[in-house]
Design a protein around this ligand. Structure first.
Ligand SMILES: *Cc1c(COP(=O)(O)O)cnc(C)c1O
Length: 393
């Protein structure tokens, strides 16, 4: 049994492409071409070159000595926080902008919630000199002003979604509407392993560079390619998919996914999708999502904007349902404390999303000689004000 997507984009019962007929040509063009294009030597050469010279890859695999001593196990950090723009998201946007060019597209659209994916998209559009429109909820535009400014500085147009709750899902609806109206010249860059097939598989493949590097880096440091555990926070699930990818079908490597419990799983204010979610369809994909009894999507909550999503990608729904992955949920308070600890014990200030992954060491005990690789998905600069307010720094 494989934990990768099948040809129709299913991970077990999850995934697929549940899309309106008007979107079919767009998704079908991508579906028919993405693997062929990704496997072209010229594509790989350009992708690898940009990852190296522009993104700054390979990112280091760092042995966290003080943290390891405290928790009595071997903890390695995969330093995605050192990527250009401060997180893993750019691995995917670089891949997709090259894909868009191969498909002959000259216009890019994207949706963004916290603005991180919008910035990563605006960045690669500037790099390639391609027109960029980012849809963002009106409320998010107001609360994420620095990222809105970054996108504008990079030359992107930020369009406000003014319907519904005026947040991420409404921005996504606007982006889909745009794509339906511009099927020929426009590519839609989705920012995580969500959406209709082939997006989850395509994004996972672009992010898989993370675990590919871990394999050779661990071989060098530990004399073996496989750690005992890989750990990542899960919003939509792209940084997690990246660090799990080459270990999905290696059962001796444990997979740990960390979700945001917000103010507590049963507080009514959380984003703990596996704990609370039921099977449903969101953004073209069958997956687990938080919903009311009559199927309305519940507004998620987390102190970290990047984990504030009501669903998870279909890969993660399958990892949860099949038992291949162990899912833990971490509250705002636990994450903030873990973020402060990483800052003061290793001199690395993590994004609050990432802090969730570090909080598990207080709950889950590992063996002394276990090798545990945590994906350090992003740096904390963007979250400084939240840390300052929380700790009264
Ligand atoms: C966006 C983001 C996440 C959550 O997105 P995934 O697709 O689940 O990886 C996690 N960490 C950081 C730093 C982010 O910017």
């Amino acid at each position: 049994m494989s934990y990768h997507a099948n040809e129709r984009g299913y991970y077990g019962e999850f995934g697929g492409a549940y899309i309106p007929e008007m979107l079919y040509p767009n998704c079908e063009e991508l579906r028919q071409n993405y693997i062929r294009i990704m496997e072209e030597p010229a594509f790989q050469e350009e992708f690898q070159q940009l990852l190296k010279d522009y993104v700054g890859r390979p990112t280091p695999l760092y042995f966290a000595e003080r943290l390891s001593e405290k928790y009595n196990t071997k903890i390695y950090l995969k330093r995605e926080d050192l990527c250009h723009t401060g997180a893993h998201k750019v691995n995917n946007t670089i891949g997709q902008i090259l894909m868009a060019k191969k498909l002959g597209k000259n216009r890019i659209i994207a949706e963004t919630g916290a603005g991180q994916h919008g910035v990563a998209t605006a960045t690669v559009c500037a790099l390639m000199g391609i027109e960029c429109v980012v849809y963002m909820g009106e409320i998010d535009i107001a609360r994420q002003a620095p990222n809105v400014a970054r996108m504008k500085m990079l030359g992107a147009e930020v369009r406000a979604a003014k319907s519904g709750s005026r947040t991420l899902k409404d921005a996504t609806n606007e982006a889909i509407r745009d794509w339906i109206n511009n099927p020929v010249n426009t590519h839609y860059i989705i920012g995580s392993v969500v959406g209709p097939h082939p997006y989850p598989d395509m994004v996972a493949r672009f992010q898989s560079v993370i675990s590919e590097e871990v394999k050779s880096q661990l071989q060098e440091k530990e004399g073996r390619k496989n750690p005992d555990y890989v750990v990542a926070c899960v919003g939509g699930g792209s940084n997690a998919a990246g660090i799990y990818y080459h270990y999905l079908d290696t059962p001796e490597v444990g997979i740990i996914a960390v979700e945001a419990a917000g103010k507590g799983i049963h507080s009514g204010e959380s984003a703990a999708t596996s704990a609370l979610g039921k099977v449903g369809i969101i953004h073209g994909s069958k997956t687990l999502l938080m919903q009311t009894g009559d199927g309305q999507i519940t507004e998620p909550y987390s102190i970290s904007a990047g984990l504030d999503y009501p669903g998870v990608g279909p890969m993660h729904a399958h990892l949860f349902r099949s038992g291949r992955g162990e899912f833990l949920s971490i509250t705002d308070d636990e994450a903030m404390t873990a973020g402060l600890e990483l800052s003061q014990m290793e001199g690395i200030i993590p994004a609050i999303e990432t802090s969730h992954a570090f909080a598990i060491f207080d709950y889950k005990k590992f063996e002394k000689d276990n090798v545990v690789v945590v994906n350090l998905s992003g740096r904390g600069d963007k979250d400084l004000q939240t840390y300052i307010d929380y700790f009264k720094l």
